[in-house]
Design a protein around this ligand. Sequence first.
Ligand SMILES: NC(=O)C1=CN([C@@H]2O[C@H](COP(=O)(O)OP(=O)(O)OC[C@H]3O[C@@H](n4cnc5c(N)ncnc54)[C@H](O)[C@@H]3O)[C@@H](O)[C@H]2O)[C@@H](O)CC1
Ligand SMILES: Nc1ncnc2c1ncn2[C@@H]1O[C@H](COP(=O)(O)OP(=O)(O)O)[C@@H](O)[C@H]1O
Ligand SMILES: [K+]
Length: 516
Amino acid sequence: MKAATAAVMREIDRIAINEYGIPGAVLMENAGVAVVRHLETMLAPLSERKFCILAGKGNNGGDGYVIARHLANQGAKVKVFLLGEKAAVGGDARLNLDIIDLMGLDIIEITHERVWDKVKVTVTFADCLIDALAGTGFRGEPSDDMVQLIDMINAAGKPVVAVDIPSGVDADTGRVYGKAVQASHTVTLGLPKPGLFLYPGAECAGQLTVADIGIPAAIVTGQEIKQNIIMADMIGAILPRRSPAAHKGENGRLAVVAGSRGLSGAAAMTAAGALRAGAGLITLAAPASLQAVLAVKLTEVMTRPLAETSAGAVAQAAVQEIIGLASASDVLAIGPGLGCEEETRALVRAVVAAACCPLVIDADALNALAGYTSILTDCSALPVLTPHPGEMARLTGLSIQAVNADRVKVARQAAGEWGSIVVLKGARTVVAFPDGEVYINTSGNAGMATGGTGDALTGIIAGLIAQGLSSHDAAVAGVYIHGLAGDVAAAAGMVGMTATDLIKAVPAAMYGIKGY
Ligand SMILES: NC(=O)C1=CN([C@@H]2O[C@H](COP(=O)(O)OP(=O)(O)OC[C@H]3O[C@@H](n4cnc5c(N)ncnc54)[C@H](O)[C@@H]3O)[C@@H](O)[C@H]2O)[C@@H](O)CC1
Ligand SMILES: Nc1ncnc2c1ncn2[C@@H]1O[C@H](COP(=O)(O)OP(=O)(O)O)[C@@H](O)[C@H]1O
Ligand SMILES: [K+]
């Protein structure tokens, strides 16, 4: 599913109005009617309900006046509060404000202190609050009066339906600079906005519905929209299909270079993730002293002992062996649990520079690349990098806070600079490509915030590449399946679920995807 930034949405509206001749008031009418239809499904019969509509001075408020008219026509009790003066409302919003004024609806301007008591009483006795304060036109921090109103809405404990986007949420980034409306439902107009999927905006949106407002489909397909939301049907279409006559050699050869003394689990979980994603033959190369324990842990995985340092990490002497292993493999996953010895880091850089198969680079291998990302642009196939925000901060020199403040922008910029596929992990993982294309993932849950789930993701993405998916499709499908497996595992209890629970749930998650 495509997601439109505020600028893209403005352009789509502009083309609909100026080039197709659809009056803006018609789009506004469709928007308002779509919200009322949604209210019917929530609160029928509307004639028995009391609504409080909180409107801003822009077009989002305009949608609110259309909603007010239709609700009043259906016999509902409606009060409208306008954050500002009627005189400040213009365009299509003004047209609709004048109509409800002529209808005799109660419209109260919030322009002086005395009004706040009235707002409070109305909010307290309403059955539902409609947030039409601001939509895609919202910028920066909310003004003091908007904050006061948002606080009242959020304290009311009533169903809150946000029009287009909860007021206070940045449509592009999901950022909340000051306060934002906490909606129970959001009816977003035309196309969903990225800020409805990225935290903290995603948490403000509640249950999300995308409403058709009559924009000609050709306008949307004609736009170069680079933001996508990962959906199950999209993944069902790209997952590898297994022929009934398949043999193990057809499902790919995968090499994993991982582990060091004390970090054998990371290596095991990476290999297990690949196994459960369906890879045919897996070789796990790890420091020699770990081989015995890994062989016992992973019955189905082949193990390869590597030369090791005195601290039990992969030694520089293993470089040719690993490069040879990569040449005999369809994909190499490198990094989990390798540790932070300088010798191992240098080895990682040598392997990344020389390997001729597709690479999935994670964890300590990413740390080894900090300051050396220019190596990535020479890789024969687009490498997949899977940093969590901490690793991303190390690679970019940004703070973790800055990474999370605009995950799409940071991931996209890195993908472009490094000529790589960047999977920026965390709640709402973002997958970015060098051409600016971005996918936001929606599967997964907070139970996955536990050690080892990232190693599993590395294995899953590599496992999909082994089975013939392009690195592009494997990154997108991998993050979705990984999150879905987390959701399957969390059904038995979110807190306390383990990475191993998630890994075991991968086959069930894949088979649960419609069309697969
Ligand atoms: N033709 C169109 O453009 C359509 C637009 N539609 C609606 O119009 C919205 C966009 O309308 P606009 O561009 O007029 O903008 P909005 O109405 O979303 O936002 C502008 C309003 O928010 C206030 N505002 C912005 N930043 C603020 C801040 N930091 N503190 C306090 N107040 C702030 C402004 O003063 C103004 O009242 C969409 O989200 C959608 O709801 C729909 O009616 C469909 C058609
Ligand atoms: N709150 C959350 N919601 C969804 N996914 C999450 C959440 N927290 C973590 N995850 C996912 O769990 C994984 C954690 O990976 P990572 O931080 O590398 O952990 P580790 O290094 O322990 O394996 C990532 O795929 C991340 O997207
Ligand atoms: K709104």
